[in-house]
Ligand binder design. Structure first.
Ligand code: 13P
Ligand code: SF4
Length: 321
């Protein structure tokens, strides 16, 4: 315990020395979220992280999440130093959408407007017309559809299908999934609902269609936290990374939050409602990131790619404003 207190004190000191703030995602460990909250940083969904990072006056951003979040911060604020506890924190959607193959897919469909999820590399963003996060995906596609545009969507096929069903837009979808959300199991969720008939079901739209169909609320992480507050039910079954429970419980201490089941009969659970890459972030790696100014922690992006990726990201922020 004493060691942890010392690490936290050191981190706080380094944040001041380096004029840095923590920009953390809701999936990170509760002690990281608490540290961000108590040191003037933010805990947010991926859209709000991008907004906060581009607006905060700090000259160094310590982005605690996965690599695309650090890259987004660098694309939007090239003048700032962006450090991450580890650059190894990937995302299965980013991995599942390599630039060369994606670019060829775009070339094969030049008539389509290219919309990519924020969970992609800087190079993939640079090839896109728009970047989007789950909190504004339906609104953006609805808007593009109203302009008569056909969409090429990447990389999450569950989110793409969800958005297609909500908007009726013409969407051609890349085929990739999030290894965390893809594990939520429909039959087991039905059984759980029988055990807790009064519970509300909250689902992130990266989940499979059959799980989304059982939901009372579908939304991004911040939308699910809001729903936890306004829904009348006392018990909530939540299909997303369980790091979100820290904020939900903080907002609603009297409510009960349960993780939606991930391992169906006979199935192996690869993630169990916890993103393995988000879990690479801890107090120790944060302290290392702040003290070692090495290439192992600093986000760097080729300037040509950065300038190209800036355009669709800036469009996203303007659309969301
Ligand atoms: P949000 O944009 O809802 O925070 O989602 C990011 C993410 O990686 C979900 O798995
Ligand atoms: Fe990527 Fe899924 Fe992890 Fe989110 S939870 S960062 S989509 S792997």
């Amino acid at each position: 315990v004493q060691e942890k207190v010392t690490i936290i004190e050191n981190i706080k000191k380094q944040l001041q020395v380096r004029n840095a703030v923590i920009v953390a995602h809701y999936y990170t460990d509760p002690e990281i979220q608490l540290l961000a909250e108590t040191t003037g940083g933010c805990v947010a969904d991926s859209l709000e992280m991008a907004k906060f990072g581009s607006q905060d006056p700090a000259t160094t951003l310590l982005v605690v999440g996965v690599r695309f979040m650090g890259e987004t911060a660098k694309i939007l604020s090239p003048e700032k130093t962006i450090i991450m506890p580890t650059l190894e924190a990937e995302c299965s959607l980013d991995i599942g959408c390599p630039y060369e193959a994606f670019s060829a897919f775009c070339d094969a469909h030049p008539e389509r407007t290219v919309v990519v999820y924020a969970n992609t590399s800087a190079a993939v963003k640079a090839r896109a017309d728009w970047v989007v996060t789950s909190s504004i995906a339906v609104e953006l596609i609805d808007y593009l559809d109203s302009l008569g545009q056909k969409i090429l969507w990447a990389p999450d096929r569950h989110l793409g299908r969800y958005v297609q069903q909500r908007t009726g837009a013409d969407i051609l979808c890349w085929d990739s999934t999030c290894i965390v959300h893809d594990e939520f199991k429909t039959q087991a969720l039905r059984k759980m609902k029988k055990l807790y008939p009064e519970a509300a079901i909250l689902v992130h739209p990266e989940s499979p269609q059959a799980v989304v169909e059982l939901a009372d609320v579908v939304g991004s992480t911040s939308q699910l936290i809001k729903a936890a507050k306004y829904m009348q039910q006392k018990t909530m079954i939540v299909a997303t990374d369980r790091g979100i429970f820290y904020k939900m419980q903080q907002a609603c201490p009297e409510k009960i939050f349960l993780s939606a089941p991930t391992a169906g009969e006979g199935a192996t659970c690869r993630s169990c409602a916890q993103c393995p890459w988000m879990a690479l972030n801890c107090l120790q790696t944060i302290a290392e990131g702040l003290t070692e100014s090495s290439i192992y922690h600093q986000v760097q992006i080729d300037e040509v790619v950065r300038q190209q990726a800036f355009v669709p990201l800036k469009r996203m922020l303007s659309f969301a404003a």
